[in-house]
Design a protein around this ligand. Structure first.
Ligand code: FES
Length: 547
């Protein structure tokens, strides 16, 4: 048993469990009844072969039911399964809808892939904003929305006729090999045009691989993809197009518009195997360090439609912040590093299977934690880190200056036992504090510039995968979020991807995005005379001053 942490009893013990046995491991996946076996497996990153969108039309998703009750085989299963197979319990995973505990073996595992399926919910905005009306489109044409992040790339394939999300993927940005931060990559690209070309090709190839995964596993004809829209931070878009990335190394360009639109995209359409006349559009960024991902988020959250005092934070490696004061949209970027995405700290993981995403203190003083996928903990993701640090401060194991007290050994706080040794170290806390302080400084400066105060905030939208599991009270307790009433805080998921999809699907959303550019005021934090003082103030693990 770890010193202070124990794995929480499976959350929602009333939920049935799917046990998946393989030679390597046994996975136990709690599930909500109503989904097919394939959907449950996809949601837990367990890949079964597939070649259709779960319609029973390909016969590839073979599993064998070893224990538990399932309904009788559906007629289309008999097309692919013979009597002997059916007697042995072989079934098509997409046709079985389990309602109680079930144990299966996957007979046709899919090859490993870097690309994780996004559920249809993750592929669109997770908050319930009023949808934009769709533009008229011919039937059976698809569109692809792409959010190009520093650490990850997310894609959503949509039916242009009705806006339905057909498939989504989420995978690593291969440029991470050149450095986890934007500056290192920009320097690398500026040093050698060959390197820059490699970096551009890496992204094109990665999107192609994600599309291939969608096409092969969902049976989707990519030739029907006639519209592709990409958003991202300025550096990622410049490195993709191979244009003007060197300018981003010069502070004088940070608040100016930078032309990083591709000069031609024919080769991309070929590499992605989409319709040869597909319209490929890169949404231009706002300035050197404020990307079109932020604009897309502002569009999808309808941030500027509800009066003054609306704040939007899009958490990422470069977190972007927007404040609507009723007339102007104040925006900035806070380069806090990838701590919230689970990078840069020893025990960090993205919000994926095996990551501790929630930590609670129980009455006996021991912390309980919950793991995504309910398997063995391999590390901790951003929301878990917020909970853990807030609880350590609350229980006086960590000071608000980020120092462990004498009750914690020098190696740091043991997350899961001391072997193989997952620790939150002093360095991990430092990295988190710097990321938090960068965002706190951004909010502080925007409020100052807009002549507003924390008490003027009436709405807070939190974007980014990190936000999905965030405990708002804990985030406010350590000063990561302004302390406004919790019901005014909205956790919105991947707003960049959702906004990108909105712009592709709706003329009104596209017009809204174009109009936003007229009301923008870009703030360069590094040029604020009192930046250091504000940053130091926000390093403290306590509610922000003035709230
Ligand atoms: S038959 Fe199940 S995914 Fe095609």
């Amino acid at each position: 048993m770890p010193l202070w942490l124990r794995q929480r009893e499976r959350e929602g013990d009333s939920l049935p469990t799917l046990t998946v046995k393989s030679e390597k491991e046994e996975r136990r996946i709690p599930f909500s009844p109503g989904q097919s076996l394939r959907e449950i497996l996809d949601g837990a990153d367990v890949r079964v072969r597939a070649g259709c969108r779960g319609t029973g039309a390909c016969g590839l998703c073979l599993v064998r039911v070893e224990a538990g009750h399932v309904d009788e085989p559906k007629p289309n299963e008999s097309t692919y399964l013979n009597e002997e197979q059916l007697t042995e319990g072989v079934r098509l995973a997409c046709q079985v809808i389990p309602r109680q505990d079930l144990q299966i073996v996957i007979l046709s595992p899919a090859p490993e892939s870097d690309w994780r399926s996004l559920s249809s919910r993750e592929g669109r905005c997770t908050a319930r904003f009023a949808a934009f009306p769709l533009r008229e489109k011919e039937k059976d044409t698809y569109g692809l929305a792409v959010d190009l992040g520093t650490t990850h790339i997310s894609l959503s394939l949509l039916d242009l006729a009705n806006g339905e999300c057909l498939a989504g993927r989420y995978g690593p940005n291969p440029q991470m090999l050149f450095g986890s931060d934007v500056m290192t990559r920009l320097i690398t690209a500026s040093e050698s045009s060959e390197q820059a070309e490699v970096m551009s090709r890496q992204i094109v190839k990665a999107i192609g691989e994600a599309l291939w995964d969608i096409s092969s596993r969902e049976g989707i004809d990519l030739q029907r993809v006639k519209s592709i829209v990409l958003v991202g931070n300025t550096a990622m878009l410049a490195l993709l197009s191979g244009r003007n990335y060197s300018q981003l190394l010069q502070p004088s360009h940070w608040t100016r518009a930078i032309d990083c639109l591709p000069s031609h995209t024919d080769a991309w359409a070929v590499a992605w195997n989409v319709h040869p006349n597909a319209r490929i559009e890169v949404i231009p960024p706002l300035g050197g360090f404020v990307g079109s991902d932020l604009l897309a988020g502002v569009v999808t959250t309808r941030l500027t439609e509800n009066g003054a005092g609306c704040l939007f934070i899009d958490f990422g490696t470069n977190s972007e912040i927007a404040l609507w004061d009723g007339q102007a949209l104040w925006v900035t970027s806070a380069a806090g590093g990838p701590a919230f995405e689970g990078s840069g700290i020893e025990c960090g993981l993205p919000a994926e299977s095996g990551a501790i995403y929630r930590v609670d203190e129980q009455q006996d003083g021991i912390f309980d934690f919950a793991v995504i996928g309910d398997g063995q903990a391999r590390g901790i993701c951003g929301s878990g880190l917020v909970d853990l640090i807030a609880n350590l401060v609350k229980t006086d194991r960590l000071t608000n200056m980020g120092r462990f007290t004498s009750s914690i050994p020098g190696t740091g706080f043991a997350l899961v036992g001391d072997k193989p040794g997952i620790f939150l170290t002093k360095n991990g806390v430092d990295v988190f504090q710097r990321a938090k302080a960068a965002i706190g400084t951004g909010i502080h400066v925007l409020l100052e510039r807009a002549n507003m105060d924390y008490k003027d905030l009436r709405r807070l939208c939190v974007g980014g995968a990190f936000g999905s599991f965030l405990n708002i009270a804990n985030a406010q307790q350590i000063g990561l979020l302004p302390k406004i009433q919790p019901e005014l805080v909205e956790l919105c998921g991947n707003t960049a991807l959702a906004g990108c999809a909105d712009v592709m699907l709706s003329d009104i959303a596209a017009r809204h995005l174009a109009l936003l550019r007229n009301s923008l005021k870009i703030v360069n934090l590094s040029q604020c005379p009192n930046f250091d003082d504000i940053f130091l103030e926000h390093l403290y693990l306590q509610p922000s001053q003035g709230e």
